[in-house]
Structure formats: structure tokens, C-alpha cells
Design a protein around this ligand. Structure first.
Ligand code: HEC
Ligand code: HEC
Length: 416
């Protein structure tokens, strides 16, 4: 699974472009990473920043992008939801289906596509899904993504693009939008909406969303050192026979450039997460969130003959940067703590009773968030989850503590 397509690098470079061209300095009072953050934003990015925190852009009013993507939680969060794992939407009693991910470092995800992947054992080249936005990659990129929440009835619930454009036209920063896109920006609602989405994407591509300001980054730059426990965790993280985390949460071991350490390759994998019974949609026993295989238009991207059903249960590999701030974990928020998230990898197969309930016949209902016919899709080959019942886990409790300590070094420090 270790591969970083060249366009990931391209995306990295273009994400920086916008910041370099800054015109105005803006103190983002409370809008991002603490009031002390001084970020220089272009007018386009400033417009995106205003849109991002605008609570008038929901029906009823009160919910903005930042409600579910809170800067204090590395742009994740649940908008005050009392249901672990899923966010509260604008309409009373509405809840989502998946845990809102952190938006930090999301701009580095390349547009959704199928890319070449070399099988490390056989050397054969295969096509594999990579990139996109959302946990199933259903939006090509950030600009395409933003219309999702604005029009989603369980999120911001606007009836139409025209309704969103009208709110901005009547709102406090209409002149900024005109200054950026021309005075006729509001004349055509479809085109105007698309432009507003570009502004949101530009803002999400700024350094505010990827400061590379963690202890880990300081260590890379030679400005800090790991504690012995953190150093042990990092070693386990890289060790192909222990954590093997680097196989999917990718970084370039030889590089000291933080940008080579995104802790994801934006590919997809099936982990067999436990079902989160608290999600309202899961009250229906036959409801399953199948992830990538139900992505709209998947077949248009997939190579000829690709078995779409083989990716039922697959979700995008998330970055682990700031993972300390983004609990609960996995696409369905089924795991409450960072310790649990790491322990799940180690003991899913050796001690399944820790993670899954008993089924009707008294046996452990492993992979209970997927229909039986997709259980074979779950990754049981790769370290660390290549163990069997009764075998010793790849990671001991002490190893798990060390890994969690290492993961906490990935938290960006506010105001840096
Ligand atoms: C009510 C909560 C809620 C609101 C409001 C909300 N989001 Fe989200 N966001 C989510 C959830 C849930 C997901 C994951 C959904 C999925 O994967 O299917 C998500 C996913 C995303 C992603 C994909 C990130 C990735 O790594 O794949 C981006 C980007 C994003 N949101 C941006 C925004 C923007 C911009 C706004 C405002 C226009 C917004 N969101 C408003 C809940 C919300
Ligand atoms: C074969 C690929 C693969 C390997 C190896 C792997 N992961 Fe993951 N990891 C994933 C995927 C895919 C997800 C998201 C699953 C989901 O949402 O259901 C994930 C999710 C996570 C999460 C939850 C993040 C969040 O924001 O919800 C943590 C923490 C994590 N991994 C840590 C690790 C650690 C530590 C290791 C090594 C012990 C590791 N991973 C090894 C693919 C992998």
C-alpha cells in the first residue's frame, strides 16, 4: 500500500500557491486555531473564511461549517450532538450517518481517481481508488465537496443553490464577494454558487488548515526530541512486523520535510469497524454504511472489470495528524479513545469479544457493521491485523501506550 502518486505532490505545491500570493493581513479573530493566529489571506481566502463561519447559511439558521468542523478540534466536531460519533444538523432532531472528519490537511487529497498500485509480493500492477473528499471519496475535490453539507437536509438544509447565493447577496460580506468575483457574481445562481464553493476550497487550502506545527514536525526539523515512550511508539509505528502503520498512514522515512509526512496515502481500506449502535440510522438492522462501493459514479472511474463489491466496507485512510483532538474514531465513531483505536488494530482478531457483541447463536459477531457477504473484504492479511484467535497480538498493552503517546505528538500547537 505504500505509494504516493505524483499528483499528491502537485496538490501539495498548488495548495501553497494561494498563500504565497497574499495581499491582505487578517487577524482571524477566533475563526481559526485561536485568536492569536495571524494569517495572511488573499481576498478569495478571506471570502472562504467568512463563508466557513457564517451561521446564516443553514435552515434554520445557527449552523456553519465550523459547527461540525471546529478549529479547536482540528476542524472536526459534532455540533454539540449528544450521540457519540454523529453530528447534529440544523433541523431539530436531524443527525448524520458518519463522524465528521478533521479538515486539517484535507487539501492534500488528490482528486478522486483510480491509480496504479504495485503489489509488493507479486510485483503486479493493479488499479486502486485514491483521493477525493468524504470518507467514500464521492466528491472529486474540495470545491465539489462544499455543496454537499449546504444542501444536505440533515446538515445545513438549504433548499437550493439559489437560496444560498441569495443569503450571501443580502449578507455582511456581499461586497467582498463582488470584489473577488466581479459585481455580477450574484446574477446567475448556479455560477455564483460555484464561485462561493471555490472560495471555501481556497480557504481550506491555506496554512491555517495545515500549519505543520506539531511536536513531530519540530522533531523532523531538529528543534525538539521525542520522549523515550514517544520514540518507542514511532519505532513501532514504522516496524513492518509490529505496528506497520506506515503502510497506510504514510510518511517518507528518509525525509525531514513535514510535507512528506501526511500520515495517509488517501487510499481506501476495509477495517471491519464495530457497529455504532448509537447512530440513529443503525436502529434498522438491515441498514449498513458500505462506504466506497456505493460511491455514486464509482464505475465511471473504475477500470474495466473492476469488482465494485470488493470495496464494500472500504473507507478512506484518514490522516493521523491531530488525531488526539478528533475522537471518537473511525468513519462511524465506534471507538471512543485513542487507546481503543490502537488496541482495536492489535486485538480485533485475537480478542474479538473486546470489540463485538455476541450474536444470536452465542458466538462473537465479528465485523457486525457489514453484511455477511462482505466479511471477506475485511483486511485480515496485513500486519498488525493478521492474527488469529488465541494468537499473541502484534502489540502489547505497553506498545499500545507507546503508539498512543507517539500519535499525540502529531497535534498542531495553537498559535504557531
Ligand atoms: C452537520 C455537520 C456538518 C456541517 C455543518 C458541515 N459538515 Fe463537512 N462533514 C460532515 C460529515 C459528517 C462529513 C463526512 C461525511 C462523509 O464522509 O460522508 C464531512 C466531510 C467534510 C469534508 C471531507 C473531508 C475529508 O477528509 O474527506 C469536507 C472538506 C467538509 N466536510 C467541509 C465542509 C464545509 C466546507 C462545510 C460548510 C459549507 C461543512 N463541511 C459543513 C459534517 C458536517
Ligand atoms: C491497511 C491499512 C492500514 C493500516 C496498516 C493501519 N491503518 Fe489506521 N486506518 C486505516 C483506515 C482505512 C482507517 C479508517 C477506517 C474507517 O474509517 O472505518 C484508519 C483509521 C485509523 C485511526 C482512526 C482515525 C480517525 O480519525 O478516526 C487511527 C487512530 C489509526 N488508524 C491508527 C493506526 C495505527 C496506530 C496503525 C498501526 C498500528 C494503523 N492505523 C495501521 C488504514 C490502516
Amino acid at each position: 500500500m505504500i505509494f504516493v502518486p505524483s499528483y499528491v505532490r502537485l496538490a501539495r505545491r498548488s495548495a501553497h500557491h494561494a498563500v504565497g500570493a497574499c495581499v491582505l493581513a487578517l487577524l482571524l479573530a477566533g475563526a481559526a486555531r485561536g485568536a492569536e493566529t495571524r494569517a495572511q489571506l488573499t481576498p478569495l481566502e478571506q471570502l472562504g473564511a467568512r463563508l466557513f463561519v457564517d451561521t446564516s447559511l443553514s435552515e434554520p439558521r445557527g449552523v456553519s461549517c465550523a459547527s461540525c468542523h471546529d478549529p479547536a478540534k482540528a476542524f472536526s466536531g459534532v455540533n454539540g450532538s449528544t450521540i457519540p460519533g454523529v453530528a447534529r444538523g440544523a433541523p431539530a432532531g436531524s443527525f448524520g450517518l458518519r463522524k465528521p472528519p478533521s479538515l486539517a490537511y484535507a487539501s492534500f487529497s488528490p482528486p478522486f481517481s483510480f491509480a496504479d498500485k504495485k503489489d509488493e509480493e507479486t510485483g503486479k500492477i493493479e488499479k486502486q481508488a485514491v483521493g477525493g473528499q468524504f470518507r467514500d471519496g464521492r466528491a472529486l475535490d474540495l470545491a465539489a465537496q462544499a455543496s454537499g453539507p449546504l444542501l444536505n437536509p440533515v446538515e445545513m438544509n438549504n433548499p437550493s443553490k439559489a437560496a444560498v447565493v441569495a443569503k450571501v447577496r443580502e449578507g455582511a460580506y456581499a461586497d467582498l464577494a463582488r470584489a473577488v468575483f466581479g459585481k455580477d457574481v450574484f446574477d446567475d445562481s448556479d455560477a455564483g454558487f460555484g464561485k462561493l464553493m471555490q472560495a471555501l476550497a481556497a480557504y481550506e487550502g491555506t496554512e491555517i488548515f495545515h500549519p505543520f506545527a506539531s511536536t513531530f514536525d519540530a522533531v523532523l526539523r531538529g528543534k525538539a526530541r521525542f520522549s523515550p515512550l514517544e520514540a518507542k511508539g514511532f519505532a513501532l509505528f514504522k516496524d513492518p512486523k509490529k505496528g506497520n502503520c506506515l503502510a497506510c498512514h504514510v510518511g517518507e522515512p528518509k525525509s525531514r520535510d513535514p510535507k512528506d509526512w501526511l500520515f495517509t496515502d488517501f487510499t481506501y481500506d476495509t477495517l471491519g469497524a464495530p457497529r455504532n449502535a448509537a447512530i440513529p440510522a443503525n436502529a434498522k438492522a438491515d441498514y449498513f454504511d458500505l462506504g466506497l462501493c456505493r460511491r455514486e459514479g464509482l464505475a465511471d472511474f473504475a477500470p474495466k472489470g473492476f469488482d465494485v463489491e470488493s470495496v464494500c466496507g472500504a473507507f478512506k485512510v484518514p490522516t493521523l495528524r491531530n488525531v488526539e483532538l478528533t475522537a471518537p474514531y473511525l468513519h462511524n465513531g465506534a471507538l471512543a479513545s485513542l487507546h481503543d483505536a490502537v488496541a482495536f488494530y492489535a486485538t480485533r482478531d485475537t480478542n474479538p469479544e473486546r470489540w463485538y457483541p455476541k450474536g444470536a447463536d452465542g458466538s462473537i459477531a465479528k465485523f457486525n457493521d457489514l453484511p455477511e457477504k462482505y466479511h471477506d473484504n475485511v483486511n485480515v492479511k496485513e500486519v498488525p491485523y493478521d492474527r488469529r484467535l488465541g494468537q499473541r497480538p502484534r502489540l502489547s498493552e505497553r506498545d499500545i501506550d507507546a503508539l498512543a503517546a507517539f500519535l499525540r505528538t502529531l497535534t498542531d500547537k495553537q498559535g504557531e
